[in-house]
Write a protein that binds this ligand. Structure first.
Ligand code: SF4
Ligand code: SF4
Length: 354
């Protein structure tokens, strides 16, 4: 079709600043692959949407994730070597799982991917990060283990593991000037991660400004509010009406919910397509997105220390307010008296003649 024959609307289409982007996804941290599994549940956008280019004007995306790849073994690992050689440019490095401290291991290794042909020894996760992070357009920590250390970095662990920013430095910048992008969650909420990837694609395409991140390097539009601010049980909290056993529809703060002090949008967003979540559907928030997770939240099923004070304070106010609201509720639950089938009009209508 010649330019003359092309539909006029095509002028709205612009080629992205970068035509193709590779995503090199390392699941070789200390992790469970739960984040890789989680993102297959995303719908806004889905992983298929991104890979098939459902949103026009964005770069073509090639995903190299061992959980989802067709290739196996050396066929799969070739992308790692290409990235290292600068032949997979540009690429985004996604890291899943905590990063072990290999400096404390004199022999062997904590975590690795592939084998060094020269030495016959496994290539550690640390080494891959050292090789690839400086070459990446952006580095994303996927899940709480990769972002802040997570469950594997809890007190008493033998690996001394940590999150990406602890490993690379909190001020680390990619060659494109991007800070590490942290998308925590254990696992990551599917759409939270895919939305972040989508934002970065818009940024790479030249269609969006620098991704807004908070001081913990989290996207602000996803982690700027607390669980409590988006929990549909907060009405019970405000009314001082607390569950005393699991299975109750009331606020579960006394059963261990940390929602008021945790940055996360899951109860507001739901887990998949608006369904599911945590305290909104009866599961205490254990703070799985937080840098202090899990140690600062354990034991999970005890009432958080700060909750005692605030829930006691709201108790008297809540009881009074609930009584007043019950009265008003009774009033507004009755129709006005002029709605009847009698022969008189009692609505207060006064016809005027002109
Ligand atoms: S269940 Fe948790 S998040 Fe929801 S209102 Fe109660 S304390 Fe807040
Ligand atoms: S609501 Fe709490 S437990 Fe649930 S995903 Fe968010 S931080 Fe984790």
């Amino acid at each position: 079709m010649t330019a003359k024959q092309a539909p006029h609307g095509r002028v709205t289409q612009k080629a992205p600043a970068v035509a193709e982007v590779h995503i090199v996804w390392m699941t070789a941290g200390l992790g469970c692959d739960g984040d890789s599994v989680s993102i297959t549940a995303a719908t806004q956008p889905s992983i298929e949407d991104v890979l098939l280019g459902a949103i026009p004007g964005l770069p073509k995306v090639h995903l190299h994730n061992p959980v989802l790849a067709y290739e196996v073994g050396d066929d799969f690992l070739k992308y790692w070597y290409l990235a290292e050689e600068g032949k997979l440019d540009p690429f985004v490095l996604v890291v899943e799982g905590s990063i072990p401290n290999e400096k404390i291991k004199k022999e062997g290794y904590w975590a690795a991917l592939g084998t060094n042909p020269d030495t016959g020894q496994p290539i550690t996760t640390n080494e891959w990060i050292n090789r690839l992070a400086p070459k990446a357009l952006a580095v994303i920590g996927c899940g709480t283990c990769a972002t802040y250390g997570g469950i594997h970095a809890m007190e008493g662990n033998p690996t001394g593991c940590m999150g990406l920013a602890d490993y690379l430095g909190w001020d680390w910048k990619s060659k494109a000037g991007l800070p590490i992008v942290n998308v925590p969650g254990c696992p990551v909420q599917p759409d939270n991660f895919m939305e972040t990837v989508l934002y970065l694609l818009y940024q790479v395409a030249g269609l969006a400004p620098m991704i807004p991140l908070d001081d913990q390097l989290r996207p602000t539009w996803l982690f700027g509010r607390t669980v409590h601010e988006g929990c549909d049980r907060a009405g019970y909290y405000e009314g001082g009406d607390f569950a005393t056993s699991y299975g109750s529809p009331k606020c579960i703060v006394k059963l261990g919910c940390w929602g008021p002090v945790v940055n996360c949008n899951v109860p507001k967003r739901g887990w998949m397509a608006g369904l599911g979540g945590c305290p909104n559907v009866g599961g205490i928030c254990i703070g799985c997105t937080m840098p202090g997770f899990p140690d600062k939240f354990m034991p999970f099923m005890d009432e958080p220390p700060g909750a005692k004070l605030s829930s006691t304070a709201i108790g008297a106010y809540g009881k009074g307010i609930r009584a007043l609201r019950a009265l008003t509720n009774e009033t507004v639950n009755k129709e006005p008296k002029w709605r009847h089938p009698r022969a008189q009009l009692t609505t207060g209508y006064h016809p005027r003649s002109y």
